[in-house]
Design a protein around this ligand. Structure first.
Ligand SMILES: [Mg+2]
Length: 266
């Protein structure tokens, strides 16, 4: 790990869990800043904006600015700007998603419309209904491009395991017969955008996450080293069952921080 100069990391289960910061998160970020190791947070959650995330992290004493955060909503808008919005003067979209995603799309200049949109954009939406599924499915069958912000099937909460964005996408796929273009982890699109922002060199980059099927696989797909922290959704027994193995495993950010610091002394 001593060669690491660029760090990509997930937020939920890595830097904080619910209302509490993860042990060592503050110390780790302070160390990265002090050592001039560039870092970027990459999250699949599109319900909140990077500014919301930054505020929440800073309230917990973790010093991360909004430019050091990319979520799947931001990545979706950047992807649209780089592709379809470049080809056309104007673009319209039907959006299924939370307030964060909705405001990002409105601010990008994409017109929100329900009838005959060019694109259907789907993120995690706690007010998802049959009516929304119907509108999305009809638009896709009419030729609209179908985009999903992230593929997470579930979302862990204090109530238990809740349906995630991937579950909503699956219902629209079942109704329309069309698979979405996925932007978030484990796809490389969001990793490429994050990488561009910190001008990362792959051979000196590390991806840190608490999920194997999104975070670790995203790092693997992108061709960088990976570290799993056990402070989130995955424990050792789940890790032993997985065929995807991270390069490193740590209890939490404190464990990772101590190891990184030691390896850089040598
Ligand atoms: Mg996580």
């Amino acid at each position: 790990m001593k060669e690491i100069q660029y760090v990509f990391m997930d937020i939920d289960g890595v830097l904080y869990r619910g209302q509490y910061p993860i042990n060592g998160a503050k110390e780790f970020i302070d160390y990265l800043i002090q050592q001039e190791i560039k870092f970027i947070c990459v999250t699949n959650n599109s319900a909140k904006t990077p500014a919301d995330y930054s505020k929440r992290l800073k309230d917990l004493g973790i010093n991360i600015g909004e430019n050091e955060i990319i979520n799947s909503g931001v990545a979706t808008v950047e992807f649209l700007k780089d592709t379809y919005l470049k080809e056309k003067d104007s673009l319209s979209a039907y959006v299924v998603g939370g307030d964060g995603l909705m405001s990002l799309i409105k601010n990008s200049g994409i017109k929100i419309q329900e009838k005959n949109p060019d694109i259907v954009i789907v993120g995690w939406d706690i007010t998802f209904t049959y009516e929304k599924m119907k509108k999305a499915s009809l638009a896709i069958q009419n030729g609209a491009i179908y985009i999903g912000t992230n593929p997470d099937l579930t979302y862990p909460s204090h109530e238990g395991i809740l349906p995630g964005c991937g579950a909503i996408l699956a219902s629209i796929t079942a109704a329309s017969g069309v698979e979405p273009i996925i932007i978030g982890k484990p796809k490389s699109l969001i990793m490429e955008m994050a990488s561009k922002r910190i001008s990362a060199k792959k051979e000196k980059s590390l991806m840190i996450g608490d999920r194997i099927d999104t975070d670790i696989l995203a790092g693997r797909n992108f061709g960088i080293q990976t570290a799993l922290v056990l402070s989130g959704v995955v424990d050792r027994s789940e890790l032993s069952k997985s065929h995807i193995k991270p390069d490193y495993v740590f209890e939490d950010m404190m464990d990772l921080y101590i190891n990184l610091k030691e390896s850089r002394k040598v």
